[in-house]
Write a protein that binds this ligand. Structure first.
Ligand code: ISE
Length: 338
């Protein structure tokens, strides 16, 4: 089977990472086109990959005859137009979160994809492909813990880019915990509340960090999340589920613990999400490439979170942003699944 010719749109941190992964690790696919609003960056990356060209315009890249599928790692504000172009040209697309930047345009994308009759959009919630999360999901589905009742999550970043504000902690960081909750518990989230303890003096002026998010699922399960994105320490993502017959925790990030003659002991902190979830991204992209190949006969070009998952996460985060302003619980309103 011929390699899938992929256009990677947006070659910032995540897009460049995906270009490298598709070129060196993934089988059955190659990067045929790259695009970025910084033209020189795209040209430089294209020049280093045999058979790859830089495209000046992302919509032209989506429509191009030498492109079979698209990876969207562009800013969220451009996703709506680019996803619509993928639907119009029937190009399977792996879209990094967010699906779009607001709930109504996300729902519009879900409906338009449903109208097209083909599943073309996968959303890049990579934690679903992380081996620890997959094991936790298998454990829960197997019923060994009994019915899950509670989940405690920790989401700490050493730091975040300078443009991060308090609402981005909800929409860019918390969104992963929203997806993990929906993935692990297989149910929607009914309400969300965000409370704000005293802020870290190390956080940029005006940024409310840490935040504590509390979710209640449709069946009444409780999920609490510590979001703390300016710890200055390392990348820590932990998830503990407590069920009727025991509990399970992932993300302890222990690795090797060394003891030294100097009387110290310890290991290494994971610096960031690319290191923590690197293997999950590999699995995510490989499974997506395989699904796109198989989609030519099955009509389903997705193996992972769908446009609906992107929309549902956006709806919970929008409720979270409203709660951030008042500290009160906010109900999540979801449209009917088409
Ligand atoms: C970033 O965009 C991610 O997706 C990371 O997984 C998350 O930990 C971080 O907070 C986000 O900014």
């Amino acid at each position: 089977m011929a390699d899938l010719r992929i256009a990677v749109l947006g070659v910032g941190v995540m897009g460049a990472d995906h270009v490298a992964r598709i070129t060196s690790t993934i089988s059955g696919a190659r990067v045929a086109v790259v695009n970025d609003f910084i033209t020189e960056k795209a040209e430089q990356i294209a020049a280093a990959i045999p058979g790859c060209r830089a495209a000046a315009d992302p919509i032209d890249a989506i429509a191009a005859d030498d492109v079979d599928a698209v990876v969207l790692a562009t800013p969220g504000t451009t996703h709506e137009a680019q996803l619509l172009a993928c639907l119009e040209h029937r190009k399977p697309v792996l879209c990094e979160k967010p699906l779009t930047t607001d709930v109504s345009t996300s729902l519009d994308i879900v409906r338009r994809e449903a109208d097209s009759g083909v599943s073309l959009i996968q959303v890049g919630f990579m934690r679903r492909f992380d081996e620890e999360y997959m094991r936790l999901k298998t454990l829960l589905d197997g019923g060994e813990l009994g019915r899950p009742l509670l989940m405690h999550c920790v989401h700490r970043n050493a730091g975040v880019p300078s443009y991060f504000d308090s609402t981005l902690i909800v929409k860019d960081s918390f969104v992963h915990e929203v997806d993990v909750t929906r993935f692990l518990f297989d149910e929607e989230i009914a309400s969300v509340q965000i409370i704000t303890p005293v802020s870290n003096p190390g956080a940029p002026q005006g940024v409310i960090d840490p935040q504590i998010a509390i979710m209640r699922t449709a069946s009444g399960k409780h999920v609490d999340v510590e979001l703390f994105v300016t710890t200055g320490v390392g990348y820590e993502v932990r998830t503990e589920v407590v069920g009727e017959r025991g509990s399970a925790i992932i993300g302890l990030d222990v690795g090797m613990i060394r003891k030294s003659a100097a009387g110290t002991w310890g290991g290494h902190l994971t610096p960031g999400f690319r290191e923590r979830f690197g293997r999950a991204y590999d699995i995510e992209i490989q499974r997506w490439v395989d699904a796109v190949h198989q989609g030519r006969t099955s009509g389903n070009f997705v193996d992972g979170p769908t446009a609906w998952d992107g929309y549902a996460a956006a709806a919970v985060c929008a409720a979270g942003v409203r709660s951030l302003a008042t500290g009160q619980p906010v109900d999540v309103q979801l449209a009917e699944h088409p």
